[in-house]
Design a protein around this ligand. Sequence first.
Ligand code: NAD
Length: 250
Amino acid sequence: MDLDAQVAVVTGAGSGIGLAVAREFATAGAKVVIADIDAERARMAAQQIADTGATAVGLPVDVASREAVTKLFATVEEQLGPVDILVNNAGISIDRGVRGITDEEWKRTQDINLNGVFLCSQTAARSMIPRRSGRIINVSSRAWLGWFGQLSYAASKGGVVSATRSLAIELAKYGITVNCLAPGLIDTPLLRREPQEVMERLLTAQPMGTIGAPADVGWAAHYFASPASRSVTGQVLYVCGGKSLYAQPA
Ligand code: NAD
């Protein structure tokens, strides 16, 4: 499970799940890049990790922008070397149901949650292919199976699962694995925005009846990033307390 000196870029790592993934990778010896649209958040998170003695750099990026993504990977290569591990974690949820969602909200959700995965994966893959190694880990959501009132979010996350599978097939011959994490309820600022009654409904429909911690996803990401998963590609690992076992949306 050693990630010694591997260069790992984690998008949206200024907060929540991404930050937990970055911390976990740093503990395993990786050089981590905290890439976030909030530059100050990225800087502070990197500083926290660097204070533990690990190598961590905070860089700004909007994953929905080709220009910003190109600049991010160029800066990483210059400062730390080529990317070995990419975690496409940045994501938003701004749904208000099919009657309420605007064109702009739909588009922004797809731009960040799905197009961002494409832009970062393509840029990373172009650098990984000649080296014939690499790990791409996409953060989807259990919600891709269906979530009441979350049309745009769920559709974007379904796209992430599908992209993972096709990319895994295409990159397998270069020794690059592409896998996907599908968290359920994880205690982060994104989830805390849900109203109390929605939270109660979501917890009732969850076999374990608990909310997961960001570190739970961090450990799963560590597995996909490590040599321990070298024969595993194109897979979806649910970190959702059993929620994916239910057929009905919630
Ligand atoms: P969060 O809001 O705590 O963190 C998301 C981070 O992404 C923030 O730091 C934000 O600044 C950054 N970000 C937003 N837009 C960006 C952009 N365009 N470019 C770069 N960075 C951007 O959320 P979280 O709960 O940690 O979510 C992380 C990922 O996990 C998301 O993809 C989310 O959909 C997924 N997820 C979360 C849960 C959950 O219950 N929290 C469940 C399933 C999936």
